[in-house]
Structure formats: structure tokens, C-alpha cells
Design a protein around this ligand. Structure first.
Ligand code: ATP
Ligand code: MG
Length: 563
């Protein structure tokens, strides 16, 4: 009962879809069923998002199914916290596995039965070599491997040893179960690879039921087969494992044989993506947890203010390729900027405040102004902002001694306060140390709303907030976590990737925001006019903390990378 009719297949958009179309046309499969198989040993990162969305979009485009399967075959590093976090991130991306949430550990009994089956067929044996011996005896590309002395152990003896391995009679490392394939195979993965190892470790779902655990290669293909996966999509490092993936399916004579297809990993400049390194950043406190807004994890990107839409757009833009490349992180930043530019409401905030007093503005008075929430979308409505005698402006918007092209405020200059009015700086007040602490200005009462009453040219426009109405807020200005494009490579021999950390990746300032911002829920994303996009922090929901997602300036488009 074919569920995908070969007459209305989608036009393939990349080589994996081409292969799928071919398989469907040739009748090798009559539906499309894919999966995402994370190991619950860390949080998902943007590279995983690429893998997820490749699978998810294929399932959708071919009217197929998408499974989520936890590849929980290594008890030592796995944790239910990660199981929860991974599901949260997938849901956030809008991915739906319906009722198909699986765990490789649920297949342990079946996998074990298959292992015995291979032993009985003479295709697997219990080996007493240590891990070091196994790797030393494996040979290399030029030299065939040396067979294990146990390679020809009789079937009955193998079966007995395997059962005793399972029963817990031996310590860790005493034996392994190995597939009997070919010690001279040019592909090293076929030189009698291990199928099971002894590990007396507690499993977060299986408890102490097992003390032998299947290797990835023995578990993965069979798990795919059990679930009826048609296309097992993975990253390029598994290309050399494909013959082994197929060998197990053939040796077990499984009826349903999935097809493995590999694609290139996502690498991003200025970013480390290895889970081991990300874990180290968390454990050693270089960042504030897996969801630190500087982390490339989906939890971190979400907290930083990234939208799921921007991640979809980014993944679509980078496409699916067969060769590993590094993508410029500016492209990711561009994607979120592009989406937030469309959807983020506009507000004003001052992050390095300098007092501005309008001396000819009556004390205690408020001029109310309705300012648009989105300049290109009138349907977004307006918010009320109050113009008062005392305001905060950005310290960087004032220069006592302006340079030639300075367009902003300086002694004697007139500027526009956005939506507010025109003001001229008459006097600069300093403290004993000589630091500017206040600007005394006059406004043109005819310019309310920020319009020039007589058409006179006013070059600069500044953002501001009312000192009377504004609400204090903590503003976290994030920059890239690493200062080098290829941070995984230490700057010096013998160094660590940690040496590449950017010491200025976080600056915390106390600023003031429009009062309307205090009412926005944690997780809300806005534009602070002239400053960038910001997201209200979800961890510190009791206070007003805003994380900078990205500044407004787009280095991607300026570099000519935009389309
Ligand atoms: P490790 O195996 O080192 O713990 P991993 O990143 O491979 O880390 P998995 O949980 O095994 O983690 O990954 C799940 C899936 O995500 C795999 O199929 C893997 O190919 C894919 N994946 C992981 N990293 C990337 C990446 N940078 N780009 C694209 N896909 C990735
Ligand atoms: Mg992996």
C-alpha cells in the first residue's frame, strides 16, 4: 500500500531528495520515514538544527514520517535532563514527532538476541584482547590487521561467554563481542569491529538491567530497521561506517533495510560545536550554563532572542552539501536580524545614560506622544511616550569637541529627539573630575513630535527616554564568545581552545527603558531604536534584564554576502 504516489513527488532541492525520489520511483521504498537520533549527552546546537531540519523538511515534503530517537547506548554520559532539553528545543523549532518518540535502549533485548544470532551463524565472537591490543592489532591502511587469537573460538564457547558477559561475571574490559568480518579490509571499520563492551554502569532508563552495552554501529542500523526508517541521514563522518551499517542488516537478514545517506556537518566561524567542548565551557564556568546566550546551543540562541523562523531561514540558506565547509557566523546573525527587522516592535532604551535637562520645559509637565510600534507596519499600532523636562540620552551621542562629520549633539548644536522635539545644547555641566554629567538644553515648543516647524535642517536624530517615566533595566551586551574565526584550533601549540575565548563577550550595563517595556513578558523580542535587537531574559523573570541579540549593523550585507 504505497503511501507516497510516485506521480506527485516534489521537485528535489538537493542530492538527498534526488536519491529519495529515485528510490521511490524504483519502488525500493513506498514511503519516506526519517529520524533524528540525538545522544542525550548534551544540549542541541545549531549544527543539530541543520540535521533536524533536513530530516523534518524531507518528511514534510514527501508526506512522510519523522521519528525522534534517543541514541542512549552509552550510559556514562547520558542524563534525563538532556532528554527533556532536547525535546523542548525540537518543539521550539516546530518539529513534530507525533507519538514516535523512541529510545535505542528499548531495543536492548532485541539487539542482544540479534547478537546471539550472529554468534550462532559464526559471524561474531567473544574476544579477550584489551582495547589497546585491539587497536594495535588492527593494522593500518597499508598493513592488514592481525587476527585475534579468539577469532576461531567455537560457537558454543562464544555463546557461553557472551551469556556470562551479560550475566555480569566479568569486569569491564575483560571481553568484547566482535563481528567476524575481514581483518584485511581496506575499510578499517570492517576489521572485526566491536559490537558489545562490558560496562558496569547504571543506565538512566534501564537501571542496572545491563552491564554490556551495544556499540553505536551495532545499535544504529538495527534501530533504524526496527522503526521502519527508509532513509537514515547522517553526517559525513559516518560515510566509512556505511559498509558496516549494511553488513549488519545483511548478516541478520533483516527484511527492512534502510538506506544511509551522508551530508556535510555545519561548521560556523567563531563557534565551537563539539559537545565535549561545549560541556567543558559549562562545567568549568566559562559560560553561565548550556543556555548562556553566547552558546551556539538552541537553548542559548533562544535566550539570546533568536526566533525559530530565523533558524529555519538560516538552514535553508546554507543548503545541503556533500562537502564540509565553514559558514560565516555573520550569516546566522543576518538571518535573525532580517526576521526581527520584520517582526520586532520598536522601543527606545538608553544604555549609557547622560542626563539632558530642557531648561525651558515646565517642571512636572508631560507631553504625550504616540509613536509607531513598527515604522513599516501601521497595523502594529502605537505606544505612548512621555516627553518631560529631564531626559536620558546616550552618552555616546554627545561630544564636547565634535569632529568634522559629527551629526549628533555638541555644544551649540541642535538635534532631533526621535518622536520628541528639537533641542539645542546650551551648557555642559561637569563634575569635579571633569566628567560631563548633564547637558542643559532648550527645546523649540513648535517641534513637538520631532517635526522641524519651519523646514530647517536638523542633521542628527537621537533616541532618548524620560527620566521621570523610564524604568531602570539591566542590559547585557553580548559579543561573540570567541575572538578567532577558527576557535577550535589553539593559538599556540600546546594551548587550548579556551585561549581563544573573547574576554569581552559580555558587558553588563545599567540603563533605562521605555515604561511600556516593563509590561512585556520574558522572552519578548524588541528593537531598541538605533541600538539593536534585544530579548527580555527568561532566567531572571523577576527583574528587567534584556539580552542583546544582535546590533543593528549588518556585517553580512556590507560584505556583499546578502542576496
Ligand atoms: P557526539 O557524537 O560527539 O556526542 P554529535 O554532535 O554527533 O556529538 P549526536 O547526538 O550524535 O551528537 O548528534 C545527533 C545527530 O546530529 C547526528 O546524526 C549528527 O550527525 C548530527 N549532527 C551533529 N553535529 C552536527 C553538525 N555540526 N552539523 C550537522 N549535523 C550534526
Ligand atoms: Mg554523534
Amino acid at each position: 500500500m504505497p503511501s507516497t504516489r510516485t506521480t506527485d513527488l516534489p521537485e528535489p532541492t538537493h542530492f538527498i531528495e534526488e536519491a529519495i525520489v529515485e528510490d521511490l520511483r524504483a519502488g525500493r521504498y513506498d514511503e519516506v520515514h526519517v529520524r533524528f537520533p540525538p545522544e542525550p549527552n548534551g544540549y542541541l546546537h545549531i549544527g543539530h538544527a541543520k540535521a533536524i531540519l533536513i530530516n523534518w523538511s524531507i518528511a514534510r515534503r514527501f508526506g512522510g514520517k519523522f521519528n525522534l530517537r534517543f541514541d542512549d547506548t552509552d550510559p556514562v554520559k547520558e542524563d534525563p535532563e538532556y532528554v527533556e532539553a532536547i525535546q523542548r528545543d525540537l518543539r521550539w523549532l516546530g518539529v513534530d514527532w507525533e507519538d514516535r518518540l523512541y529510545y535505542a535502549s528499548d531495543y536492548f533485548e532485541q539487539l542482544y538476541a540479534w547478537a546471539e544470532q550472529l554468534v550462532r551463524k559464526g559471524k561474531a565472537y567473544v574476544c579477550s584482547l584489551s582495547a589497546e591490543q585491539v587497536s594495535a592489532w588492527r593494522g593500518d591502511f597499508h598493513t592488514p590487521g592481525r587476527p585475534s587469537p579468539d577469532r576461531d573460538r567455537p560457537v558454543e564457547e562464544n555463546l557461553d561467554l557472551l551469556r556470562r558477559m551479560r550475566a555480569g561475571e566479568f569486569p569491564d574490559g575483560a571481553y568484547t563481542l566482535r563481528a567476524k568480518i575481514d581483518m584485511a579490509a581496506p575499510n578499517m571499520n570492517l576489521r572485526d569491529p566491536p559490537m558489545y563492551r562490558i560496562k558496569h554502569a547504571h543506565h538512566f532508563r534501564q537501571g542496572d538491567a545491563w552491564c554490556i552495552y551495544p556499540m553505536y554501529d551495532f545499535a544504529h542500523g538495527q534501530s533504524d530497521s526496527i522503526e521502519g526508517i527508509t532513509h537514515s541521514l547522517c553526517t559525513l563522518e559516518f560515510e566509512d561506517h556505511r559498509p558496516l551499517y549494511e553488513w549488519f542488516l545483511d548478516a541478520l537478514e533483516l527484511e527492512h533495510k534502510p538506506r544511509q545517506i551522508e551530508f556535510a556537518r555545519l561548521n560556523l566561524s567563531y563557534t565551537v560545536m563539539s559537545k565535549r567542548k561545549l560541556l567543558q565551557l559549562v562545567e568549568e564556568g566559562h559560560v553561565d550554563g548550556w543556555d548562556d546566550p553566547r552558546m551556539p546551543t538552541l537553548a542559548g540562541l533562544r535566550r539570546r532572542g533568536y526566533t525559530p523562523e530565523s533558524i529555519h531561514a538560516f538552514c535553508e540558506r546554507i543548503g545541503v552539501a556533500k562537502r564540509n565547509t565553514t559558514i560565516d557566523v555573520a550569516l546566522l546573525e543576518h538571518a535573525v536580524r532580517e526576521h526581527l527587522n520584520e517582526v520586532a516592535p520598536r522601543y527606545m532604551a538608553v544604555i549609557r545614560p547622560l542626563k539632558l535637562v530642557i531648561t525651558n520645559f515646565p517642571e512636572g509637565r508631560t507631553e504625550w506622544i504616540d509613536a509607531p510600534i513598527h515604522p513599516e507596519d501601521p497595523s502594529a499600532g502605537t505606544r505612548r511616550i512621555g516627553l518631560t523636562r529631564e531626559l536620558w540620552i546616550e552618552r555616546d551621542d554627545f561630544r564636547e569637541v565634535p569632529f568634522r562629520k559629527w551629526r549628533r549633539l555638541a555644544p551649540g548644536r541642535e538635534v532631533r529627539l526621535r518622536y520628541g522635539c528639537l533641542v539645542t545644547c546650551d551648557e555642559v555641566v561637569k563634575d569635579e573630575s571633569g566628567e560631563v554629567v548633564e547637558l542643559r538644553c532648550t527645546w523649540d515648543p513648535e517641534s513637538k513630535g520631532g517635526r522641524s516647524p519651519d523646514g530647517r535642517k536638523v542633521k542628527g536624530t537621537l533616541h532618548w527616554v524620560s527620566a521621570e517615566h523610564a524604568v531602570p533595566a539591566e542590559i547585557r551586551l553580548y559579543d561573540r564568545l570567541f575572538r578567532t574565526p577558527d576557535p577550535a584550533t589553539p593559538p599556540e601549540e600546546g594551548g587550548s581552545f579556551l585561549d581563544n575565548l573573547n574576554p569581552d563577550s559580555l558587558e553588563v550595563v545599567e540603563g533605562y527603558v521605555e515604561p511600556a517595556l516593563a509590561a512585556l513578558e520574558p522572552g519578548s523580542r524588541v528593537q531598541f531604536e538605533r541600538l539593536g535587537y534585544f530579548c527580555r531574559d527568561t532566567r531572571h523573570a523577576d527583574r528587567l534584564v534584556w539580552n542583546r541579540t544582535v546590533p543593528l549593523r549588518d556585517t553580512w550585507s556590507r560584505r556583499g554576502g546578502g542576496s
